[in-house]
Design a protein around this ligand. Structure first.
Ligand code: F6P
Length: 343
């Protein structure tokens, strides 16, 4: 019998509760382990702030968005004596291993702890789908569905008012959400960070489309998209404890530029955290449950320093170092498929 700590770090994400439930259910029923959940990610680990996780306390949470544990963007290695405090907490709570559920930042901390001798198995989470080592992260499909539903609704107004509507989606420095939701929602232009755009080309494309008889257009822009000449910027300058700049607001500038350059009436919508909220779609509940079961199985077998991952249709384990090497950017072929439908 082992005692294992769980935590959820980084942005909240649909499907986190599915993972927690799966780890605890399999871990107790099949292996007889005990679990605690740290509150608010690595902040809870640093403070030894944890609650017992049982079959009862993790029941009825599968369909719930967010995380019953709470989350934060805390960087253990930016805190004074961070490593020692983590080690002290694990000793105090008599924990044998940790299962951190998070994206590149949370798992980056997990990787460093692993190098320092802490037994960890990571679970990949992010709506951005930008983690290497896994084909998909849970949360992504829900974000894509929410963005697609929004694009469908915005079509109505675009068409009724003869407008260009610019829809900004999340994704940080990867264009996965933009490309998938743009493709699913029938966007006329999709702008992603991987391929800097030329505002003149975007406007020319819209003008060609409208000249051929269309009276509206939908432009999907990823929050991290940048123009080739670099003169449109994020609205924010603040950075988090992992050094990531806060993104958002490129749609405001695109709306202004498109209207000024084409004369078409333009409006923008920034979807923001709506994409992370609410119930996970079935795909993310299933993927989260599969990841959770594999993560506790790996921990039970003593297979540490790994991250569970999806490869094709199989759940596998990959070294944490492989998952953290580089972010996984958008496939060129997927973007080319989306481009086929551009106006
Ligand atoms: O990584 C998930 C994500 O939603 C990104 O798409 C976005 O840039 C960022 O988190 C927003 O972070 P916060 O919730 O801290 O504003």
């Amino acid at each position: 019998m082992a005692r294992i700590g769980l935590l959820t770090g980084g942005g909240d994400c649909p499907g986190l509760n599915a993972v927690i439930r799966a780890v605890v259910r399999k871990g107790i029923n099949a292996y007889g382990h005990e679990f605690v959940g740290f509150r608010y990610g690595w902040a809870g680990v640093l403070a030894a702030d944890a609650m017992d996780l049982t079959n009862e306390s993790t029941s009825g949470i599968l369909h719930r968005g967010g995380t019953i544990l709470g989350t934060s963007r805390t960087n253990v290695f930016k805190e004074e004596n961070g490593l020692e405090r983590v080690q002290d907490s694990l000793a105090k709570l008599r924990l044998d291993a940790l299962i951190p559920i998070g994206g590149e930042d949370t798992l980056g901390v997990a990787g460093k702890l692993s190098e320092a001798g802490v037994d960890v198995v990571g679970v990949p989470k992010t709506i951005d789908n930008d983690l290497a080592g896994t084909d998909f992260t849970f949360g992504f499909q829900t974000a894509v569905q929410i963005a697609t539903d929004a694009i469908d609704r915005l079509h109505t107004t675009a068409e009724s008012h003869n407008r260009v509507i610019v829809v900004e989606v999340m994704g940080r420095h990867a264009g996965w959400i933009a490309a998938y939701s743009g493709l699913a929602g029938g966007a006329d232009v999709v702008l992603v960070p991987e391929y800097p755009f030329d505002i003149d080309e975007v406007c020319a494309r819209l003008q060609r489309r409208h000249a051929s008889g269309r009276n509206f257009s939908i432009v999907v822009v990823a929050e991290g998209a940048t123009p080739k000449d670099g003169d449109l910027q994020s609205e924010f300058e603040s950075t988090d404890s992992f050094g990531h700049v806060r993104l958002g607001g490129i749609a405001i500038q695109l709306e202004r530029e498109i209207e000024a350059r084409t004369g078409f009436e333009a409006r923008m919508t920034i979807l923001g955290h709506v994409q992370r909220g609410g119930t996970p779609v079935a795909y993310d509940r299933v993927l989260g449950s599969r990841f959770g079961v594999e993560a506790i199985t790996a921990a039970h077998e003593g297979d540490f320093g790994k991250m569970v991952a999806l490869r094709g249709t199989e759940i596998v384990r990959v070294p944490l170092t492989e998952a953290l090497a580089e972010p996984k950017l958008l496939d060129r072929s997927l973007f080319e498929t989306a481009e086929v439908f551009f106006g």
